[in-house]
Ligand binder design. Structure first.
Ligand SMILES: C[S@@+](CC[C@H](N)C(=O)[O-])C[C@H]1O[C@@H](n2cnc3c(N)ncnc32)[C@H](O)[C@@H]1O
Length: 376
């Protein structure tokens, strides 16, 4: 595709050092992709598409992989790779800066080289484009016109807020089975939204002018308002029903940006939340450069105590099957299904808080098991 590349707006080298919050982002992406490849690679849809609109140069100064290389490697090294061979995985990367784009092309060559003719036929890496993001997105929208899109994972990871329009993102995502992982430039929004000088950009960024009603700088409610305003856009404009954000504290313990994960698939949502809990076992959905590499002190039961209370409250006086409880946990709480049975229901049963009925099986919390909750 012909188009214009971007003039570099950041002060970084072609390839830069990978900060801890980027390593955390990569870990999150890698864990989620393990699940995504398995879910959609075995769904008999024949094809799955991975889009990265701000792909970067493909590697960091210390030799770590950038997100495009990481994504492909995660598939190549997937433990169920043989079972996924019936699905064609298409990777489309875009990097706007010409020098970084050239680096990215070289990184892909380095990745493929050792395979030679043995490169898996099920993995197609489209030649990376060197376009401004809007053009990349428009190209995808045009190529999809009238077609049923394959399950798609869309990664949007810019440095700032200037190059993205919520409505354009929504156009790419208007087909079913699209997941989105998107960077929300909280730091800039917090500093400049309502300052009046870049209003038109924020209107595109948020998808509406609701951000203008944010409480003024210094008001403790401002941060939450801006976060929720962006989330509301993802919900109403991009039509995403399950959304979970993850805060990245980049300097001095302040939130620099959020990663928003959005999907309409409950299983996918469950897997991403599980990945987020691995990065932050406190359940705070937050990573801090300041504490990178330090051990966390939360055990699984300590951290699921709020889930226990929420379940007791929500199902008070009712008898329900385990899958219904699980569905509610994924949909309506910050927890994931892996925290329900052993870490939550089992101790509740032991302590006589719930009555468990197991009709046909001896298995702990099978799908046919029902649970009676006390009245509150
Ligand atoms: C945060 S970095 C990407 C990092 C990469 N996703 C990773 O995790 O390894 C953002 C990239 O977007 C590129 N970029 C900046 N503005 C752009 C634009 N308008 N369109 C496309 N790419 C752009 C920058 O050159 C930079 O390489």
């Amino acid at each position: 595709m012909k188009g214009v590349s971007v003039k570099r707006g950041d002060k970084l080298d072609d390839i830069w050092d990978r900060p801890p919050h980027t390593a955390a982002k990569h870990e999150l992406l890698a864990m989620y992709l393990d699940a995504w490849f398995a879910i959609f690679g075995q769904s008999n849809r024949g094809r799955a598409v991975y889009l990265d609109g701000f792909a970067g140069p493909g590697s960091y100064k210390g030799g770590e992989d950038g997100s495009p290389i990481l994504a492909v490697k995660r598939l190549l090294e997937h433990r169920a790779f043989d079972r996924l061979a019936g699905t064609e995985f298409v990777f489309a990367f875009n990097e706007g800066d010409p020098t970084r784009h050239a680096e990215l092309c070289r990184a892909i060559e380095r990745l493929k080289e050792p395979y030679g003719d043995a490169w898996p036929k099920s993995i197609q890496i489209v030649e990376p484009t060197n376009l401004e993001f809007g053009q990349f997105a428009n190209g995808i929208i045009a190529s999809l016109e009238g077609k049923q899109l394959a399950p798609t994972f869309f990664f949007i990871d810019p440095f700032g807020y200037r190059d993205i329009s919520m409505k354009q993102v929504a156009e790419v995502l208007k087909y079913p089975a699209c997941d989105l992982l998107i960077y929300f430039d909280f730091n800039s929004a917090n500093r400049f939204a309502t300052a009046g000088n870049v209003d038109h950009l924020f209107e595109e960024y948020f998808g509406s002018d609701a951000y203008k009603n944010a409480p003024p700088a210094g008001d403790p409610r401002r941060a939450e308002y801006l976060h929720d305003c962006y989330e509301a856009g993802l919900r109403s404009i991009c039509k995403m029903s399950h959304i979970q954000s993850f805060a990245m504290e980049t300097d001095g313990g302040r939130v620099g940006y959020y990663l928003f994960f959005c999907t309409n698939d409950l299983q996918a949502f469950d897997r991403m939340k599980a990945a987020m809990w691995k990065i932050d076992p406190s359940g705070g959905f937050r990573f801090s450069d300041k504490f990178a590499g330090q051990n966390v002190l939360f055990g699984p039961q300590q951290s699921t105590a709020p889930l226990r209370h929420a379940i007791l409250k929500n199902f008070a006086g009712r008898t329900v099957r385990v899958p219904e409880i699980s569905r509610w946990v994924i949909e309506a709480t910050p927890f994931h299904s892996g925290q329900l049975k052993r870490a939550t229901l089992q101790p509740m049963e032991k302590q006589g808080e719930i009555a468990v009925h197991r009709p046909h099986s001896r298995a702990q919390f099978n799908n046919d098991v029902t649970v009676t909750f006390p009245q509150t």
